[in-house]
Write a protein that binds this ligand. Structure first.
Ligand SMILES: [Fe+2]
Length: 145
């Protein structure tokens, strides 16, 4: 689906893990702010600032999730899924860095292209990959071993 409309924070995005949900809420807010700025202003400086903000917060958030994976034993329990999850985080960072490299090289990026990528990645990652991790964390917390 090609979508760059504002992301509405709703129950379908809630994982049930408070620290993850709080950071996702901020990520969605950051995305919506970016989408709003890109509607009116599309200078290279604005795009650079937006991608820097998003990447900075995303990296902080990925670190939180990856620590939770280690601390709750997710990596030990389902190594294949943990690796897939980490690969998605790396892929996001690589793609945003590639966008920043293009901007630095003076290659224009259509704002719509950036928004579609961010929107699709966030929704797909939260609703599938993060949900699997969250289900594991919640089960661990409700019956610790
Ligand atoms: Fe994640």
């Amino acid at each position: 689906m090609q979508n760059s409309a504002p992301l509405i924070w709703n129950d379908s995005l809630m994982t049930g893990v408070p620290e993850i949900d709080e950071q996702h809420r901020i990520l969605v807010h950051t995305f919506n702010e970016a989408a709003e700025k890109l509607c009116g202003e599309t200078s290279r400086e604005v795009l650079e600032a937006i991608t820097q903000d998003l990447l900075g917060y995303a990296l902080y958030h990925f670190e939180t999730e990856e620590l939770l994976m280690r601390d709750t034993g997710y990596e030990a329990e389902d190594d294949a899924d943990a690796r897939r999850h980490l690969a998605e985080h790396r892929d996001f960072s690589t793609q945003v860095l590639a966008v920043r490299d293009r901007l630095k090289a003076g290659i224009p990026i259509p704002p719509h292209e950036l928004l579609v990528f961010l929107n699709n990645w966030l929704v797909k990652h939260i609703m599938h990959t993060d949900m699997r991790l969250a289900a594991f964390i919640l089960a661990r917390r409700s019956s610790p071993t």
